[in-house]
Design a protein. Sequence first.
Length: 81
Amino acid sequence: MIVGPDPPDEFPLGDGTADTTTTVRCPCCGAANEVALDPGSGASQQYVEDCQVCCRPWRVSVRYGASGRATVRAEALEEAD
């Protein structure tokens, strides 16, 4: 058996802290929405969230940097006819 260094973490969290909440503006109505973030789900994530004011769905894209700081973007989903 060959023993070597531990493999690098797939998602290093810097000092162990990562953003777990943020506020984004709804791309449909412009209202501020506080959303929960889950750093344990990986460095790059996408999911659908409903606006807390107008209830319209939008796609949330989250990207974590090595320091644990999240960049979050929300974009409106196209409605089906």
